[in-house]
Design a protein around this ligand. Structure first.
Ligand code: FAD
Length: 384
């Protein structure tokens, strides 16, 4: 056997999986073909489950552990020699505002707020982390100078932002120091014998054998379904997101801003503000920007922050989120086949959940005890 574990897909999930496998001393191969539309490269990078009410209690509990794992991962990467500068560009703490712009949105915010406060009371976070209301004036004066007049604003003092592309590069740096092998390859088939996956074959005809194979192919993961006689229930959901530039602005300390309508803005140092995003379910594998998508994102960006009026359009990114119908990831073994595991389907929150999901599934694949019961994330809940 060539490897203990082969991982298909090198987005944030596959890279984090390979890193963890290497850390556990497993002989590991990471195969990636860097498709255009790789979600990790387009992700906005908001890590703030504490103020999110969209995805239910299971998602929330898992996401809290997942954001805690970031702090561990960052420390570990620093310890294996990833430079501090690289890590601080990839990940940092910041605040986040949730903003209602009219009375309807303010009513929706009040409902969200009740759920957030109930969860907050249950967890009893330190006072500095408590989510609270602030005035529109304070929001603009202290946290986000570009903000529109708001009807209501919730402040989350301690959130985090991650640049998916840079974070994945930092994890790759870390996994190389763990002895993981990587190959730029299109995995075209699984090696399958008597209901057991034994390895992979690439489009170039190379074959690699392994004790287990982990499919972390993002929106492309269902390509292996027909061979396994199942449908892996993940589909591409296109997201268009725009990087704006405000020359001369010191934006590093500005807050993330989330509108009640679902659109958001993520500021980075040196005047870069990322505004997004479309959520195009049913888009297919078509990772290009569209006129209507760009129009939608810019319209909503200006509604939240009229101060962006003269910003330069620096870059438009398009990613295909690995979407599942119930907004939960697909983690763990595939029923009826031995030696193959899934870590995909993270949809719009894969930068938040992905590294932690990957860690747990790798531990499971390598026969270790794991800190979470992954059964609720099993593909059996929706697989056909
Ligand atoms: C616009 C946008 C905004 C987002 N904002 C946020 C956010 O604020 N917070 C958050 O938590 N998440 C966010 N996300 C979601 C997050 O980016 C994704 O859930 C996450 O990046 C998915 O990672 P992944 O590794 O599963 O997939 P991907 O990053 O898509 O990577 C999959 C990789 O697998 C490779 N691959 C597939 N098939 C094969 C094969 N057969 N052989 C070899 N390689 C293969 C592909 O080439 C690709 O490199 C956002 C996404 C988008 C698009």
């Amino acid at each position: 056997m060539d490897f203990d574990l082969i991982i298909i897909g090198g987005g944030i999930v596959g890279a984090a999986a390979a890193y963890r496998a290497g850390q556990l001393g497993a002989r590991t191969l990471l195969c990636d073909r860097r498709d255009p539309g790789r979600a990790t490269d387009a992700g906005a990078g908001i890590l703030a489950p504490e103020s999110s009410t969209r995805d239910g209690r299971l998602w929330y509990d898992f996401a809290l552990d997942a954001v805690d794992y970031y702090a561990v991962l960052i420390e570990e990467l620093a310890a294996v020699g990833v430079p501090d500068g690289e890590l601080s560009q990839a990940y940092s703490r910041c605040s986040k505002l949730t903003v209602a712009l009219d009375e309807d949105e303010a009513a929706a915010l009040t409902e969200m707020e009740q759920e957030i406060y109930a969860r907050q009371d249950e967890r009893r976070p330190p006072a500095a982390e408590c989510i609270r209301r602030i005035s529109s004036t304070e929001a603009r004066d202290v946290y986000y100078p570009l903000l529109a007049d708001a009807s209501a604003v919730l402040l989350q003092p301690l959130a985090r932002r991650v640049d998916g592309r840079l974070m994945t590069a930092a994890i790759e740096h870390g996994l190389r120091s763990r002895g993981v092998q990587t190959v730029d390859a299109d995995v075209s088939a699984l090696l399958l014998e008597d209901g057991q996956v034994l390895g992979v074959r690439t489009a170039a005809g190379d074959e690699y054998t392994a004790g287990a194979v982990l499919i972390a192919g993002g929106a492309w993961s269902d390509a292996f379904g027909s061979q396994l006689d199942v449908q892996i229930p993940v589909a591409p959901q296109r997201g268009q997101i725009i990087h704006l530039q405000l020359p001369g602005q010191d934006s590093g300390a500005w807050s993330i801003v989330n509108g009640c309508s679902g659109y958001y803005q993520v500021p980075w140092p040196d005047g870069r503000v990322v505004v997004g995003a479309t959520r195009e379910t049913g888009s297919g594998f078509a990772p290009h920007a569209t006129v209507v998508g760009v129009q939608e994102v810019l319209r909503e960006a200006l509604r939240l922050a009229p101060g962006l009026h003269h910003a330069a359009i620096h870059e438009i990114r398009v990613g295909l989120r690995p979407y599942t119908t119930d907004h939960l990831p697909l983690l763990g073994p595939i029923p009826g086949v031995k030696g193959v595991f899934l870590a995909t389907g993270h949809g719009p929150t894969g930068l938040t959940l992905g590294p932690y999901s990957a860690k747990l599934v790798v531990e499971q694949a390598l026969g270790q005890e794991i800190a979470w019961d992954l059964a609720p994330f099993s593909a059996t809940r929706i697989i056909r």
